[in-house]
Design a protein around this ligand. Structure first.
Ligand code: PGA
Length: 396
């Protein structure tokens, strides 16, 4: 079932309202799966003299009503709850971003039975909802949409933590991560997946495997298929990690097959790329990441690409304490995005989440995440300690 969540904005000025609506969508980017799901409605037109009835935006989500409510409240809290409009009407009103109406996928209004919702101002009732794809409005009003892609902090536990330790860490994270500003994923060893995915049901934290097989099924002793990963409740799989490429000789072709199988089984892929030290020293990093992308994921369809998250991880920075400087990371992230634009188009490139990985920690995360093309991090060592991982999530 698809629900439409209406986020009202009661600002009087057109520009202000649009910006507020955009900021609101940005905040929700972590829970909305793709831009095509956004809708925008301008019920009374921009020239309405009534400051309350200018516009609102609707987003279409796959969230359940309770999750929608929580998401809205989170946005509301973050964007500030009180606002005084031009004529002072809302001076004491605490709702700025207000969940006013929700519709299910058939256009039926959903009634909310909850005391946490404030009744809409009577003027809201005068609205008519005309759904218009957000993209149409945005391209008219703003040249580009910034920050519409999913921001993400993903942990990669690698071969650390036994089951009990893993459960303890996941439990601690679950307690602390209630309404993160970004998508949060933890990559665990296979053996933890089912238990951790079960434990995190109802939590915004998603689970990733760290690998999957390059065969569908059959006599491959010790291997774990994409279908098996999916059946545990995991939603992501990390593929192409440099440790897999280096120590297990995973080739471009093998990775292409793993990616294909993962996507075919409904998993999202966090695909890692990055150069080794000698390649960086020889100035070959661009060449390397280009070949890695072309070799394994640029054969995907545009539709398949929507389920790819990239992680740029310079191998010389992984686990070494050496981090790419924000400038180095931004430069290559922008280059990677340009490659995606050449292949899948500018809009797809703008929507692609590109994480940085390699000694990203609670101290340097904010600086890295502030770069326009760095959408979050893939975190190894610092993901093993709850407080550190939480600080990185907070930095996103
Ligand atoms: P690190 O690992 O944060 O420990 O450097 C990152 C990774 O390999 O994904």
């Amino acid at each position: 079932m698809t629900y439409y969540l209406s986020l009202g904005s009661n600002l009087g000025e057109r520009e202000q309202t649009i910006n507020r609506a955009l900021a609101c969508l940005e905040e929700l980017a972590g829970v909305i799966t793709s831009r095509s799901e956004f809708f925008y409605s301008a019920p009374w037109g921009y020239n309405s003299p009534n400051p309350f009835c200018n516009l609102c935006c609707c987003v279409e989500t796959n969230l359940q009503p309770l999750q929608m409510l929580q998401a809205t409240q989170a946005v509301e809290r973050r964007l500030g709850r009180s606002h005084k409009t031009a004529d002072g009407h809302y001076e004491d009103r605490t709702i700025d971003i207000d969940l006013i109406r929700a519709f299910d996928g058939n256009g039926q209004e959903i009634r909310w039975e909850t005391e946490t919702l404030t009744l809409p101002h009577p003027l809201w009732q005068q609205r008519e909802f005309v759904r218009v794809p957000l993209q149409e409005i945005i391209t008219k009003q703003h040249k580009t949409i910034e920050h519409m892609r999913t921001r993400m902090v993903a942990g990669n536990w690698k071969m650390n933590k036994n089951l009990q330790e893993g459960v303890a860490l996941a439990t601690e994270l679950k307690e602390a991560v209630k309404d993160p500003k970004c998508a949060v994923v933890i990559g665990t060893p296979f053996i933890h997946l089912a238990t951790v995915a079960e434990l995190l049901k109802g939590s915004p934290i998603k689970v990733a495997a760290e690998n999957c097989a390059d065969h569908e099924k059959g006599a491959y002793t010790g291997e774990v298929s994409a279908e098996m990963v999916k059946s545990t409740g995991a939603e992501y799989v990390i593929l192409g990690h440099s440790e897999r490429r280096q120590y297990y000789a995973e080739s471009y072709e093998m990775l292409a097959e793993k990616v294909r199988l993962a996507l075919a089984n409904g998993l999202k892929v966090i695909f890692c790329i990055g150069e080794v030290k000698e390649e960086r020293e020889a100035g070959k990093q661009n060449e390397v990441v280009k070949a890695q992308l072309e070799g394994s994921v640029f054969g995907l369809s545009a539709e398949e690409w929507k389920n790819i998250v990239l992680a740029y991880e310079p191998v010389w920075a992984i686990g070494t304490g050496l981090t790419a400087t924000p400038e180095q990371a931004q430069e290559i992230h922008a280059y990677i995005r340009s490659l995606v634009a050449d292949k899948f188009g500018k809009e797809a490139a703008e929507d692609t989440t590109i994480l940085y990985g390699g000694s990203c920690n609670e101290k340097n995360a904010a600086e890295l995440f502030a770069c326009p093309d760095i959408d979050g991090g893939l975190i190894g060592g610092a993901a093993l300690v709850a407080d550190k991982f939480l600080a990185i999530i907070a930095a996103r």
